[in-house]
Write a protein that binds this ligand. Structure first.
Ligand code: DCP
Ligand code: MG
Length: 694
């Protein structure tokens, strides 16, 4: 007894070390999680990845504490106000419930691994992984029993199972088989939505009706047909909406299916005990915050905590959470929207060899150019995304006077952007072109293709796509509902190419940010990426730290201009989105906020709403309200200083960033007006004015 007590008293640091590798995928139920966690911890301890994970963990903890403090401040009256709000929104959401459609989500089993086994049957039954020592794209179900999984470095996987067989990736093969599966899906729904190479959403309502056949029967049939066509197995989920269908397809993996009837009671029962992490869009960070702050672990608990969610999250975030609690999801075939950007990126073993980096850049430019030409696209804004050896993500962008699509043009401008960063050790380079020529921009050609590459889709009201500037997400983007999906495609031993399919109709991939080792995401509600707590590179704002980093590292660089082509250089968001988590003002596109004497008129409508921007803050949030006023004031002054606002106006509100250091993060996340990129950030304005001492 004593012995076991002392054993359990021993520090087990790995227990709190949760990475993507320690998160269970299908087929990992019986895995000794503690053993896996320990191996992962021991193997990654001290590495840059580890440091980065720790930094992110610390930020999450900080965020949780901060939100807890805010929750504690809510008075009984506040809570009753927000409860009414929540009740109203729940009713509104409930009224949108549509049980008339039958959606099927189909997902191939251990896709890359299964394809490899098909071409080399000797692999059958043996634990194997597709990928390299630096990264695994997927593992077969035999390997998963040992904790080996996608997105795990191969050297860790080998530690978990020393005899693990590694097979290099062969993207052409996967595309070939993916195309075969899509031909089958097409027969059931010509407008099916491919979410990645190995999964799709198929609206089977019509086919069920026409053939007087159940969803379950269609699922059986579709799966058999996929098997006949490819020799590969897949799993399916059938449900009244896409969000639930996706959850269902994972339940009986591999080679299984699960049907959730189109019945409200059945949905509510299903959702009542469903862990929130199962929902696409809720990844590690969101899960931690919802659990840590509100004790919400299951979807149903979202409804019970409705007042808190409405009080502390943005309208769209709260709506998302409440709709999850109700088991709602997209049911319509989303409208087709034109693609806003196209991108390509590669992950590789970190290197500072400039020649190698240029070589990779050239390859990416070529791939991107080929994709653009396939779709008849040309664009004016080129964004370079870099992930440094220490996992810091940077983006640099240039807007050109002419539209480009040729690889030489892309490479020329991309090289200029890269050159300015050298010397640097990188593990990922990405390129994106946006700001398309409107004549050509994103007009879908072949209707079958549209599901794959051509568009952005918006689903139901709560998951409209946001602006595509958010595509450059990072691995914590589950807190950061962004709008485009990119699917990781491994090209060779140690390179992973992320190739955009632009398919953001569901938020399912938000959690896949962890899972898929790729930037893959669908919009939903907006919560900030935790990374922004430190880096804060929001769409229209350059934060102080950025400016410092930029100017100290490269004093010669000009933030606002690049000489060639008279092109403007901007700092771009990194998977950023407007932060509404803290209910701070979103001012983008609201120039009028700052254009008159409005500062004098800031008051709290109904004692909750800011009269200038509509953000809600209860009266007990004294400091937050003061900060909020400060923000409006600061933006205005900043505009005036830069000559874009009315210079005759004298601010009437006091700047009181009392506890500036404590509130820094939130302050940084205010989204500014689009022109703001050329201004000093608000934070530096505060610093400049020396108002910290106040
Ligand atoms: N993939 C990747 N990198 C990741 C995750 C996945 O390259 N981090 C690739 C390989 C997978 C394919 O995408 O085979 C599909 O991903 P899934 O998440 O659907 O995983 P699998 O199909 O491999 O397994 P499952 O049976 O769990 O669906
Ligand atoms: Mg799969």
């Amino acid at each position: 007894m004593e012995e076991s007590e002392s054993a359990s008293d021993k520090p087990r640091p790995w227990q709190s070390y949760h990475t993507v590798y320690t998160n269970a995928k299908a087929g990992m139920d019986g895995v000794d999680q503690e053993k896996v966690q320990k191996v992962v911890y021991e193997m990654s301890k001290g590495s840059k990845y580890f440091e980065n994970e720790e930094r992110k963990e610390a930020l999450i903890r900080q965020k949780i504490e901060h939100m807890r403090a805010r929750a504690d401040k809510l008075s009984a009256a506040d809570l009753s106000h927000y409860q009414k709000d929540a009740d109203k929104r729940i009713l509104e959401l409930e009224s949108t419930r549509d049980l008339s459609r039958i959606w099927l989500h189909v997902d191939m089993d251990a896709f890359y691994a299964a394809v490899e086994t098909l071409s080399n049957p000797s692999l059958k039954g043996k634990p194997m992984a597709v990928g390299s020592m630096s990264m695994i794209s997927t593992a077969n179900y035999e390997a998963r029993k040992f904790g080996v999984r996608a997105a795990m470095p191969g050297f860790i996987a080998r530690k978990l199972y020393p005899d693990l067989i590694f097979v290099p990736t062969d993207f052409k093969k996967y595309t070939y088989y993916s195309d075969l599966t899509r031909k089958v899906f097409w027969d059931y729904d010509p407008n099916f939505m491919a979410a990645s190479l190995d999964e799709a959403y198929v609206d089977i309502t019509k086919v069920c009706e026409e053939r007087s056949i159940t969803g379950a029967e269609i699922a059986e049939e579709l799966r058999s047909r996929v098997y006949e066509e490819t020799g590969l197995t897949c799993s399916a989920g059938v449900a009244p909406n896409r969000l639930l269908a996706k959850v269902c397809s994972d339940i009986n993996k591999p080679n299984g299916q699960f049907v959730l009837p189109n019945d409200r009671m059945a949905v509510m029962t299903f959702i009542s005990s469903l862990p929130i992490r199962k929902i696409g869009g809720i990844g590690k960070v969101t899960e931690n915050i919802l659990k840590g702050v509100f004790g919400v672990s299951t979807c149903e608990e979202m409804l019970q905590k409705g007042s808190f969610l409405c009080a502390l999250f943005s309208h769209s975030s709260a709506d998302f959470f409440l709709s999850v609690g109700l088991g709602l999801g997209g049911t319509d075939t989303p409208e087709v929207r034109f693609r806003k950007s196209i991108s390509s990126e590669r992950t590789f073993s970190a290197t500072e060899d400039a020649a190698l980096l240029y070589q990779k850049l050239a390859n990416i430019a070529e791939m991107l150019s080929a994709d653009m030409q396939k779709e008849g696209l040309s664009g004016r804004t080129l964004t370079l995304k870099l992930k440094t050896a220490s996992f810091e993500v940077r983006t640099r962008a240039v807007t050109l006077q002419k539209y480009i699509s040729l690889s030489d043009d892309i490479l020329k401008h991309a090289s200029n952007l890269l050159k300015a960063e050298l010397p640097i050790s990188l593990r990922l380079i990405g390129l994106r072109v946006s700001h398309f020529n409107e004549d050509k921009g994103g007009v879908p050609g072949d209707p079958k293709q549209k599901t794959l590459t051509t568009f952005l889709i918006s689903g139901d009201a709560s998951r409209r796509t946001g602006d595509d500037q958010r595509f450059l997400g990072s691995d914590l983007s589950d807190l950061h509902f962004i709008s485009e999906k990119e699917t990781a495609i491994s090209l060779d031993d140690n390179e992973t190419c992320h190739h955009e399919f632009g398919d953001p109709f569901e938020r399912k991939h938000l959690s896949d940010i962890d899972d898929k080792n790729c930037i893959s995401s669908i919009n939903a509600c907006e919560m900030e990426k935790i990374d922004e707590l430190s880096s804060n590179k929001t769409a229209a704002m350059v934060n102080t730290a950025d400016v410092k980093e930029w100017t100290t590292k490269s004093p010669k660089r000009d933030l606002s201009r690049v000489s060639e082509d008279d092109s403007s250089v901007q700092r771009e968001p990194e998977g950023s989105n407007p932060d509404r988590l803290n209910k701070e003002p979103s001012t983008s596109g609201n120039e009028e906020f700052f254009s008159s004497n409005q500062m004098e008129m800031l008051f709290w409508v109904d004692d909750y709403k800011c009269s200038l921007c509509g953000a809600e803050l209860p009266s007990s949030f004294v400091e937050e309200r003061q900060e909020h006023s400060d923000f409006h004031l600061a933006e205005r002054i900043q505009k005036e200083e830069s000559g874009t606002g009315s210079s005759s106006l004298i601010p009437r509100l006091r700047i009181v960033p009392k506890d500036y250091s404590g509130s820094q993060n939130r302050r940084k996340k205010h989204k500014s007006s689009p022109k703001q990129g050329m201004h000093l950030p608000i934070d530096s304005f505060f610093t400049k004015k020396g108002s910290r001492q106040l």
